[in-house]
Design a protein around this ligand. Structure first.
Ligand code: GAP
Length: 451
């Protein structure tokens, strides 16, 4: 259990803001919702897309030693035997015979031992009603083709990584990459989690951004350290506060792993520090197993030295949804506004990450201001998302944009129609500067470009 964080618990307020302002909705809400599955609304989809674009840029576009792929979600069922997921991707489960609730057998809120008379249900409080723990596989099963029989079972992938391993040689040979090199992809993964929760922190359908870096055995430790450092810098570059990030080395390693560390973010309250990314030295386990199960060689041919070997793999694996949640938690603040009676709620998202880059506001709905504001908004839309708002007092319009993290507010006032300038308000400093209307796009572009 994480100890209580020095940062406040803002989760409840965030869930409400996310729904009210169109970031994230419960899936199938009108039917009462689907357990731990969420839909991204107009602002949420932009925010998460910005996260994924930043990852894709850092990991694929800005490098010449990593290639991108987009593998299918459905894979040959043998993949999951080779990967160890059929046999080992399990959690121990216990059922309460009294209230019919289901728990992970290692749930810290259970008193006593499940399956014995002293095991106590944490919900209904009955003693001795918790069943003997049994293993529950977290993979979702479905059927391929028209017949629902065991031979037709396929799984929704529980991680994107296996799509990379099975394509290792396809990518290496088609791109003629030389080791060390990596393969990256972003995609959906599915896990039938027993204890999902904390909003989009642990869900049953989520997106992963994974990269497998194939290296020569013996050089793996250096690559592991390199990727650990790189990935931490990436999280900081998104604007996550450095003092809310830390490394957590794994105390116990999976049988195939030679080293593993998590990057943790402090989500505040009782959730505290939790994993957002894992960096793993997976040795030659995965390629070795796929060789064994497929009967196909997955060796790299080292031409200069005329030798073949199965590379080791350094994996970086981060959740797009979990990173999005970390950014929202990190950005949320409530504050007083000097000289005003009402406070404000702000999402202090980095301008490059914010879903809308500028609000455009005619001060009043007359004297040519709406027309000029529309022209400014249309011009800005050529480069980035903007929101045009002519409804209500200007202060309220600013507040509405502050609450969704819009970094700039552009107001077209009486002076604008005279001299062709507009005011640009900075979300955080509240400072306003006058800028020529035809220069606003460049002015904002310069300030939203990632570092
Ligand atoms: N291929 C390695 C792998 O999948 P993992 O630690 O199980 O490793 C990596 O997952 C990342 O995926 C986690 O750090 C987290 O950000 C995200 N993730 C895993 N399970 C998740 C879930 N149920 N809901 C949301 N994100 C999840």
């Amino acid at each position: 259990m994480a100890s209580v964080s020095a940062h406040p618990d803002v989760m409840e307020k965030l869930v409400s803001l996310c729904k009210r302002r169109g970031f994230i909705f419960q899936s199938s809400e009108i039917y009462g919702g689907t357990g731990s599955v969420w839909d991204y609304g107009p602002l949420g989809v932009e925010l998460k897309k910005n996260v994924k674009d930043r990852w894709w840029h850092a990991m694929v576009r800005a490098r010449d030693d990593i290639e991108g792929i987009d593998a299918a979600i459905l894979m040959h069922p043998r993949v999951w035997e080779a990967s160890g997921h059929v046999a080992g991707f399990t959690d121990p489960l216990t059922d309460c015979k009294n209230c019919k609730r289901r728990f992970r057998a290692d749930d810290p809120t259970i008193k006593g031992t499940p399956g014995t008379p002293d095991g106590q249900c944490p919900v209904c409080g009955s003693k001795g009603t918790l069943s003997e723990p049994r293993l529950f596989n977290l993979m979702f099963k479905t059927f391929m083709g028209p017949v629902e029989e065991s031979a037709a079972v396929v799984y929704l992938r529980p991680e994107t990584a296996q799509g990379i391993f099975v394509n290792f040689l396809n990518v290496q040979q088609s791109t003629r990459q030389k080791i060390p090199f990596g393969i990256a992809q972003i995609g959906k993964a599915f896990r039938n989690e027993i204890t999902p929760g904390n909003f989009i922190f642990r869900t049953r359908e989520f997106e992963q951004m994974e990269m497998q870096f194939f290296v020569e055995p013996g050089t793996d430790e250096g690559h592991f350290d390199y990727w650990k450092a790189q990935r931490m810098e990436w999280h900081k570059s998104l604007g996550l506060a450095p003092d809310r990030l830390r490394y957590k080395p794994h105390d116990t390693l999976a049988h195939y792993a030679r080293a593993a560390a998590d990057i943790e973010f402090d989500f505040g309250g009782s959730l505290g520090f939790q994993e957002i990314e894992g960096i793993h030295n997976r040795s030659d386990f995965d390629l070795g197993r796929h060789q064994e199960y497929s009967g196909k060689k997955l060796e790299y041919f080292d031409q200069p030295n005329n030798r073949r070997f199965v590379p080791f793999v350094i994996e970086t694996s981060v959740g797009a949804d979990r990173t999005t949640l970390a950014l929202l938690v990190n950005a949320y603040r409530e504050e007083e506004v000097p000289g005003e009676s009402e406070g404000r709620t702000v999402l202090g998202l980095a301008p490059s990450i914010a879903p809308i880059k500028a609000g455009v506001f005619p001060l009043v709905k007359k004297d040519g201001m709406p027309e000029m504001a529309s022209r400014v908004a249309d011009d800005l839309r050529r480069s980035f998302p903007v929101f045009y708002d002519d409804g209500g007092a200007i202060g309220r319009r600013y507040r509405r944009q502050d609450e969704v993290g819009t970094p700039f507010g552009i107001t077209i006032d009486g002076q604008s129609t005279q001299d062709g300038t507009v005011t640009v308000r900075d979300r955080d400093s509240l400072q306003q500067v006058r800028v020529a209307a035809d220069q606003v796009r460049t002015y904002i572009d310069e300030r939203i470009t990632p570092p």
